[in-house]
Design a protein around this ligand. Structure first.
Ligand code: COA
Length: 309
């Protein structure tokens, strides 16, 4: 969907969306494609790139807040679709940081000897969860999936440090209130948008810049590296102004920041692995590079992972 498509839906303009967010278009999955389908496609590509077969995978972790079903997890559906006979599969519901939280679990499992090879996925079908009557949110979101294979080795590459935090009292700033156990759908429910994403954008914006910068500084400090050592920042693509403000706080030039927001918008848990994969396939990432991933989302929750490629 392009900005011109939204001009027909709500009171907005290409000029407003472009200058306020950096987004020009987003990918919308059709009615027959669900999170498990996009995740399965991303997993197949990741396995192929890693030259790894499905029976080698011990754990499949799917970060998503747009699952196929309430029960079971989307990860279990993906497991069946791509045939991972030796894996345990489960979801992580951590909104836009779902991939980083999933990566942290894979890293911890591998470090503890619980598993040797993990598939970590971020996927969202946010179009199923977006109120296309609300101009404050509908122009922001898109559908996508990204996946990585994480495996044990002793080369010193991989996750160097991870930082994660959340603050549940800020949950009304970004949530979908109706549809859970607290506010279940009833026969009287009439559409008021409360079962879709609602957000106080300007408040979220301020916390996002501050906490993503803190998270990045934390992982750099614990890994003993400075901003000059970071080859590439791969940030959650929520708003280009957030990313620019983050880069300024970190003293990292925008030429060291990967952006794809223009073409994909905010894809929540898929945002970081999608950007990481594009940067990698474009040959921007080289062996030995320090890559900083950072994300922020509904919870509120945020986190950063410093990875040596
Ligand atoms: N088109 C035109 N006008 C719009 C609009 C749109 N699509 N969306 C909002 N506006 C209007 C608002 O109604 C408001 O009008 P008002 O002053 O008459 O009330 C005005 O623009 C300013 O709104 P505001 O929310 O202050 O804009 P903003 O500069 O903060 O930008 C966001 C809005 C959502 C783009 C921005 O706040 C943001 O990106 N927030 C963080 C998102 C995020 O990181 N989420 C976490 C991860 S999911």
């Amino acid at each position: 969907m392009t900005n011109a498509d939204f001009e027909k839906l709500v009171d907005t303009s290409d000029e407003w969306i472009t200058t306020r967010t950096g987004i020009k278009e987003r990918r919308i999955a059709d009615e027959t494609i669900f999170s498990s389908d996009m995740a399965a496609a991303a997993c197949k590509n990741a396995l192929e790139m890693a030259k790894c077969s499905g029976d080698e995978i011990d754990v499949l972790i799917v970060g998503t807040v747009t699952p196929d079903y309430k029960l079971p997890s989307t990860a279990c559906v993906v497991q069946e679709k791509i045939n991972l006979p030796n894996a345990v599969a489960f979801d992580v519901a951590a909104a836009c940081t779902g991939f980083i939280n999933g990566l942290s679990i894979a890293d911890a499992y591998i470090s503890a000897g619980v598993c040797k090879k993990a598939l970590v996925v971020g996927v969202e079908k946010l179009s199923s969860f977006t109120n296309y009557k609300d101009r404050n949110t509908c122009v922001l979101f898109g559908d996508a999936a990204g996946a990585v294979v994480v495996e044990a080795d002793d080369s010193g590459s991989g996750v160097q440090s991870i930082f994660m935090r959340s603050d549940g009292k800020m949950r009304p700033l970004l949530w979908a209130k109706t549809g859970g156990a607290v506010h279940p759908y009833t026969s009287e429910f009439t559409f008021d948008g409360s079962d879709k994403i609602t957000m106080n954008g300007s408040d979220v914006f301020k916390v996002a810049v501050k906490e993503m910068a803190n998270a990045c500084k934390n992982v750099m400090e614990r890994a003993g590296v400075g901003p000059e050592d970071i080859s590439l920042v791969v940030p959650h693509q929520a708003n280009i102004r957030i990313v620019e403000a983050l880069a300024k706080r970190l003293k990292v030039g925008m030429d060291h920041v990967f952006l794809n927001i223009e073409n994909y918008g905010n894809t929540s848990a898929a945002s970081v692995p999608l950007a990481l994969d594009q940067a990698n396939r474009k040959g921007i990432i080289k062996e030995g590079d320090y890559i900083m991933m950072v994300a922020f989302g509904g919870g509120l929750i945020w986190g950063s992972a410093l990875v040596k490629w």
